[in-house]
Design a protein around this ligand. Structure first.
Ligand code: SAM
Length: 297
């Protein structure tokens, strides 16, 4: 029996559920900055598994030693996942169990854990979640923006073309959008959001959640850009962007089809991609956009 609500039947079975099984990958969420957010189950699983796979073994070694836990660590990250992933699943098939942790938060959310879970699924291996912090969910819940329908976009792509396309889709999104961003790229991303979403779009900027300098700035894209024009971005950020109001205008509403295509060309797209992007925005076939351009030439 546990200390949880006595009215919820499910809370009476976890002792059985909490026994560690062999051949299982445990996805163990860890704190995003506040060690007190470590759960009892997180400690138990990390103490009991045969080995821990971690993105950064130095950080994770420190984390485990703060908890007084000593387990063998295996490095598993973006640059070695192709070779290390199969080695981990091989060990699971041979009857070991493993806890996967990321640098912070929930593994497989914006980190290579996603690939290891897929490998396990392909090999018929069990993957068990040990839930806890996720920066995206923490930010959404304190954003004061609608939480009923939301999309998680993680980090915007870095290649210019993909980035432009993603920004255009973010601008047209009616649900609340959650984005991750590094401090040194925050200003650029805010400027881009200003361009595609306009100054009035609501934005809650959540910084250093669960840490000493936790800060939630609820405003608009415009007010946030102004703030960071004079203040240096520092720490970790989640951007929670209000969805486009269904009644609000698209940034291209007052543009002709040709102007709309020219806008994307001006952003660096080829004519072909610009036609594709404009067609996507307008929800019409590409050849319709192309025909319109030819007609106006
Ligand atoms: N797996 C993690 C999770 O569950 O949230 C996310 C990992 S992702 C590589 C790291 C990003 O998460 C950071 O760049 C930042 O955008 C966000 N993040 C992590 N910790 C945060 C915190 N304490 N406050 C605000 N954002 C945070």
């Amino acid at each position: 029996m546990t200390e949880f609500s006595e009215t919820t039947e499910e809370y009476f079975v976890p002792d059985e559920k909490n026994k560690l099984e062999k051949g299982v990958l445990y996805l163990v969420a860890t704190p995003i900055g506040n060690l007190s957010d470590v759960s009892d189950r997180c400690r138990k699983v990390l103490s009991g598994v045969d080995f821990v796979a971690a993105e950064d073994t130095r950080n994770s070694g420190l984390f485990l030693s703060r908890l007084g836990i000593k387990r063998p660590l295996v490095s598993y990250h973006e640059h070695n996942k192709a070779s290390v992933g199969p080695r981990i699943t091989e060990r699971l098939k041979n009857g070991e169990n493993c806890a996967l942790i990321s640098d912070a938060g929930t593994p497989a959310i914006s980190d290579p854990g996603e690939d290891l879970v897929r490998l396990c699924a392909e090999d018929g291996l069990r993957v068990v979640p040990v839930p806890g912090c996720c920066a995206a969910v923490c930010a959404l819940t304190v954003s004061a923006l609608p939480t009923g329908r939301f999309v998680f976009e993680g980090f915007l792509p870095s290649t210019p073309r993909e980035r432009r396309e993603r920004l255009a889709s973010v601008a047209n999104e009616e649900r609340t959008v959650i984005l991750y961003e590094a401090p040194h790229r925050l200003r650029r991303t805010l400027d881009e959001l200003l361009e595609v979403c306009g100054a009035e779009r609501p934005l809650s900027l959540c910084r250093e959640l669960t840490k000493l300098n936790e800060d939630v700035r609820r405003g608009t894209v415009g007010s946030t850009v102004e703030y960071y024009n004079v203040n240096e971005p520092r720490g970790e950020y989640v951007l929670v962007l209000g969805g486009k109001s269904p009644a609000s205008e698209h940034f291209w509403d007052n543009m002709t089809v040709s102007d709309h295509v020219d806008y994307y060309i001006g952003q660096g797209m080829s004519q072909k991609d610009a036609i594709k992007a404009a067609a996507h925005d307008r929800g019409v076939p590409k050849n319709e956009v192309y025909a319109e351009i030819v007609k106006n030439k």
